[in-house]
Design a protein around this ligand. Structure first.
Ligand SMILES: Cc1cc2nc3c(=O)[nH]c(=O)nc-3n(C[C@H](O)[C@H](O)[C@H](O)COP(=O)(O)O)c2cc1C
Length: 356
């Protein structure tokens, strides 16, 4: 059975989890439309996850995913002091405060208990997997487990650890690279068929897919489903600041880059004045996600003045293809486009040789 059949989806389209952006309205709309919505839980307090899940279930009985990060908790070291000093002039200029160094934990016992209580149809993990006991508990609860791979080696490990499907994330993808071992930085076009050949479990293609042509291509490459993040940023249900939305609609959306500068881990975002200024300092950035905490007040203070240059605007290479459609309409449009493509041109030998 395909992944879509196993999950009872009408269309093999997954709305990618997007921490703080893919909240209940977007997730419920996508799932109700027959795709799979994913709630980005990585930075949500547990009580908020409970509230969000209740809201999704008020709207639809269809399957949805909860998404968590599995990174190593960061160590506060001298890089934090250095970066604080480095940003001091910007803080002063923007009148931005400093936040205490409190970071959301990775998937832990508390979140595991939450998953076992809430029993979503799917849980997806980024930056690797939790420990064996936690993973086994999730699977025993009947939850389908997805996890991101950015290389064939990572896909093999995920399969060996027992995931139900591998999300092959190409280099085009917006947001964080899900890398936990080695980042091949292969594009979706190369990565999806390589991973499909290397594992028996279904593969989900992610990265640079923003319309029906991309969805059809993903399926042609051997994927069971396509996972789209950036494309859903245009939906009114996505919870993103107006300045970020406006930047996505501007020519700046065509200039994205993978950088550690926003968070401490490699992630693709729209290039800004800040990332250009700090470009040579990637290796001196505090560990993920401490850098987020250092930059967050700058982003808010600058945004209040209409300046997006200090905001992490995650976006993939296909950002210029984003359409401002309600989520249900986007899902229907993507699938209609994917399935109503003109058939490929016939081979030269079967075309009329010459006009008679
Ligand atoms: C704004 C944004 C936020 C993201 N946040 C997460 C996240 O919280 N968890 C996760 O597993 N992936 C996250 N991703 C990555 C997506 O899962 C997916 O790999 C990516 O969106 C696919 O590429 P695309 O953006 O070109 O569609 C995020 C992507 C974007 C664009």
């Amino acid at each position: 059975v395909t992944l879509a059949a196993r999950l009872g989806l009408d269309v093999p389209i997954i709305q990618a989890p997007m921490a703080s952006i893919s909240t209940a309205p977007l997730v419920a709309a996508v799932s109700a439309a027959g795709g799979l919505g994913s709630l980005g839980c990585a930075v949500m307090p547990p009580a908020e996850i409970v509230t969000q899940v209740a809201r999704i279930r008020e709207r639809t009985a269809r399957p949805f995913a909860l998404n968590f990060f599995c990174h190593e908790p960061p160590v506060v070291d001298e890089r934090v002091d250095r970066m604080r000093a480095r940003l001091a002039a910007h803080r002063a200029a923007l009148g931005a405060a400093e936040l205490p160094l409190v970071v959301p934990p990775p998937f832990d016992e508390e979140r595991l208990a939450l998953v076992l209580a809430l029993r979503p149809a799917v849980v997806s993990f980024h930056f690797g997997l939790p420990g064996d006991a936690a993973l086994e508990a999730v699977r025993r609860a009947g939850v389908t487990v997805l996890a991101t791979a950015t290389s064939v080696a990572e896909a093999r490990i995920l399969e060996a650890r027992g995931v139900d499907a591998v999300v092959a994330q190409g280099v085009e993808a917006g947001g964080h690279r899900g890398t936990f071992l080695e980042d091949a930085r292969a594009g979706t076009m190369a990565l999806v068929p390589m991973i499909a050949d290397a594992v028996r479990v279904p593969v989900v293609a992610a990265g640079g897919i923003a319309d029906g042509r991309g969805v059809a291509a993903a399926l042609a490459l051997g994927a069971s489903a396509a996972q789209l993040g950036t494309a859903f940023l245009g939906c009114p249900e996505a919870e993103l600041p107006e300045l970020y939305r406006a930047t996505l609609r501007s020519p700046r959306a065509a200039r994205t880059r993978i950088t550690t500068l926003w968070s401490g881990r490699p992630a693709r975002a729209i290039e800004t004045r800040l990332t250009e200024e700090l470009a040579g300092e990637e290796d001196r950035v505090p560990a993920f996600p401490l850098q987020r905490v250092l930059l967050a007040p700058l982003g808010l203070a600058a945004a209040a003045r209409g300046d997006a240059d200090f905001t992490a605007m995650w976006a993939g290479q296909a950002a210029p293809l984003v359409r401002a459609l309600p989520a249900a309409e986007l899902v229907a449009t993507l699938w209609r486009e994917a399935t109503s493509r003109p058939s490929p041109p016939s081979s030269p030998s079967s075309s009329p040789a010459s006009p008679s």
